[in-house]
Design a protein around this ligand. Structure first.
Ligand SMILES: NC(=O)c1ccc[n+]([C@@H]2O[C@H](COP(=O)([O-])OP(=O)(O)OC[C@H]3O[C@@H](n4cnc5c(N)ncnc54)[C@H](OP(=O)(O)O)[C@@H]3O)[C@@H](O)[C@H]2O)c1
Length: 267
């Protein structure tokens, strides 16, 4: 058997970070090399056993990557605030980079392309298998029904920082691309006051923020007299963590370049 791939988790103290630690821990083909937290975080210096129990690797949460993890992968779920430092670390240490951080600025998304000249890079707004399939279904439906109105409704927990969600935007981009539309020209990211009227060909977004909703996305296609609703509901954030760890395992040792979750799941 090949030795396990070394994995460092960036943003380890967060909701997703904690799920990632558990997802790495439950596999034998990847090994946790570091649990990285923000400088000054209350987690820094604490033993991982507090999260993973007695069977945890003998590691402590840390603000710096001390371990040598050649051939390893950095998994980042630190959000738009932590993303730049995470990518810089992956580049400095020549680690493959998996990121699920959302709400990224255009310059941050462009930085992923630039980094892909030096390291293998895989970013996805959603690491669930169900959403990967939903994206395919949306592409097909939008192409088959080009004149139907397309609206995307998403719901997430009350502490989510960005809206619309990265997944909602990715679904909208998939629908626009399937129809040959320029997404930025047709997207209505929010509707208020006099800007509220729907224009032809528009792709509209609505965001709900409440309670502890893990993540729900509905793509609505409607015309006079009928409508189709394609919905995905996540009830456990472990699915995103497992998807990201599977992606990390797949990405390790690949040539430099930009990869997608679609490559992992369907290639
Ligand atoms: N792609 C997917 O499948 C998927 C699924 C779910 C969520 N997400 C995205 O993943 C991100 C994290 O979500 P979450 O719910 O886990 O948020 P969260 O609980 O707020 O966790 C984010 C973590 O990142 C840490 N962080 C921020 N800046 C940092 C830095 N410079 N260095 C190190 N750590 C830093 C935060 O530390 P402090 O708390 O100490 O500030 C926090 O622990 C969001 O962008 C979310 O939308 C993606």
């Amino acid at each position: 058997m090949n030795p396990p791939i070394a994995v460092a988790v960036y943003g380890a103290a967060g909701r997703m970070g904690q799920a990632l630690l558990r997802a790495v821990h439950e596999r034998s083909d990847v090994q946790l090399a570091a649990a990285l937290v923000r400088e000054g975080s209350a987690f820094a210096g604490k033993a991982l056993a507090q999260t993973l129990g007695d069977a945890a690797p003998d590691l402590r949460y840390a603000a710096a990557l001390d371990a040598a993890i050649e051939g390893g992968v950095l998994i980042d779920f630190s959000g738009a605030r932590g993303f730049d430092a995470a990518l810089a670390l992956a580049l400095a240490r020549r680690l493959a980079f998996v990121s699920g951080s959302t709400g990224l600025a255009p310059s941050q998304l462009a930085a992923l392309d630039a980094a892909a000249a030096m390291i293998p890079v895989l970013w996805s707004a959603n690491f669930s298998l169900g959403v990967a399939l939903l994206t395919r279904l949306v592409r097909d439906a939008a192409r088959a029904l080009p004149a139907w109105d397309c609206e995307i409704i998403e719901a997430h927990h009350s502490r989510k920082l960005d809206a619309p969600s990265g997944t909602a935007l990715a679904l909208g981009r998939a629908a626009a691309a399937a129809r040959g539309q320029d997404f930025d020209a047709v997207a209505a990211l929010a509707r208020t006051g006099e800007q509220a009227a729907r224009s032809e060909g528009q792709i509209g977004f609505a965001a709900v923020r409440a309670g502890d909703i893990v993540g729900e996305h509905t793509v609505l296609l409607a015309t006079a007299g009928e409508r189709i609703e394609l919905t995905h509901r996540a009830t456990d954030r472990a699915i995103f963590a497992r998807g990201a760890v599977a992606a990390a395992r797949w990405l390790a040792g690949r040539p430099t370049g930009r990869y997608t979750l679609d490559n992992v799941l369907f290639s």
